[in-house]
Design a binder for this molecule. Sequence first.
Ligand SMILES: *Cc1c(COP(=O)(O)O)cnc(C)c1O
Length: 468
Amino acid sequence: MYTSTRATTPQSLSFEEVVMTGLAPDGGLYLPSSIPKIPIADWSSLSFQDLAFQIMRLYIPSSEIPDSHLSSLISKSYASFKSDEITPLYNVNENLYLLELFHGPTYAFKDVALQFVGNLFEYFLQRKKSNPITVVGATSGDTGSAAIYGLRAKKDVKVFILYPTGRISPIQELQMSTVPDENVHALSVNGTFDDCQDIVKAIFADKSFASYNVAAVNSINWARILAQITYYFYAFYRVKGTVRFVVPSGNFGDILAGYFAYRMGLPIDKLIIATNENDILDRFLKSGVYAKGSSVKSTHSPAMDILVSSNFERLLWYLAEGSDSERGGTVCSYMDSLKREGSFSVPNSVLSQAREIFDSSSVTNDATIATIKKFYASHKYVIDPHTAVGVNTALRFLENHPATYISLSTAHPAKFSEPVNKALASFPEYSFDKIIPDDLKRLSSLKKRVTYVDASLEAVENAIKHLY
Ligand SMILES: *Cc1c(COP(=O)(O)O)cnc(C)c1O
C-alpha cells in the first residue's frame, strides 16, 4: 500500500510499518502510491469524528486496525478538545471564514494530528508486545509541546524533548515542563535550537544507544498528514459551494493534507500557501526553482521559520511523471541537487500542474503585526501571528478574486503573546489577561520539572539514562 518518495523499485509497506518507522531507510518519506476517490455527497452530515473514521478507513486496511479499534482511537484522540466541533469555523463575513484548529490541549493545530499519533503509537506497541520506545525530539516550540501532550501517560513510550534554554516562548516552556506524567521529560539545553537538533541526530546515529529503541515524532510522519485531511472536509461541508483554502505554511504538512483532500475529490478551487519571510515555497511557485536560502530568518511566526519544507518532497512525487519507480528516481535527483547545490528546478509541465491547484504569497513581519491590528479593529477578534500570515494573504487574494475563502487559524493568540500584545497595545480595552485561557494561566502555578543539560551528546545521553 505504501511506498517511499525515493524508492526506485516497487515497494508495498503496511500502515503500521510506515507509522512506526516515520522516515524511510532510503531517506525518503512514505506515501500511498494511489489516492482513493470518495463519495462527496454522502459525507456531508457526518461529525468530525465520523468523517475522520471514513477518511482514515480508506488509508488503513481493516486487517491492520479493525473498525471498532479505529473508531475508539479516534474518539479518544478528540475527547481532549475544548470544542464539540473539534475544528469550528468562525464566520468573518460572506467571503471569509477562519477554521479554528487550536482547540486541542496545547492550543496549536499540531494537536489535531499528534493526539491521534500518540494513541496510535501506544496501540501498535501494546499489540506487538514489543520493547518500550524512547521518543527523542528537538523543538523550537509548538511540536515539542504537542508531542508531549500526545504521548503523556502512554504505555511503553518514554519521551525526551530538547529545547534551547530561554529561546522558546514562556508559555511553550511551561507547557513542556509542567506535565506531571513520569514518562515525559523536558530537557532544557544550554545552546541553540540547531544544537538540540544536532544532538538528536547524533543520538539516532549512536549504535551504543540502540537498546533504547529511539523513535521520532517529527513533521514527516504519514499519520500526521492523514489526521489533518479531516478538517478540510469538515470545513467544506459547512460552507456553500467551491472554496479556496489559505494555509499558513512552514514544513508543508498542513497544506499537503489539503492536497490529499483535493485529490480525493473535494471541490477545492485553490490551496493558497501563505509563508512568512522564510518564503522558499512562495519563490518556488513563482519561479519553478526550489532554492534554499542562506539562513533561517527569525520572525513573529516562529513555527513557520524553516529553510526547506520537509513535506514538500511528497508533493514532488505526485507531480513527477511516469511509473512509481520513475517518480522515485526523479525525486532522488531533485533531493541530490538540493543537497549538493542548495537548489533544483522542475520542468514547466510540473510547475504548471502545481499552479493548477496551488497559489502562494509571503508576508513580512510588519504586515503580520499590521494584520493582527487591523483584524482586531474590524472584528474585535484576536488572531495569532501565524494565523495573521494567512489572513493577510486571504484579504489580498479576495480583492482580486472574490470567492469563499477559508483561512486556517493554526494557534491560539495567547501562545504568542509578545507580537500580539505589541500589535494591540494601542487599544485601551485590550488586555492579555482577557484572552489567555484559564488552563494556560494556571500553568505558572504548577510544579516545574525540567532537567538542565549542557549542549553535548554525552550530557544529553547521560541525562536520558539517569531519568529513564
Ligand atoms: C507547525 C505550525 C505551522 C506550519 O505548519 P506546517 O505543517 O509545518 O506547514 C503553522 N502555524 C503553527 C501555529 C504551527 O505550529
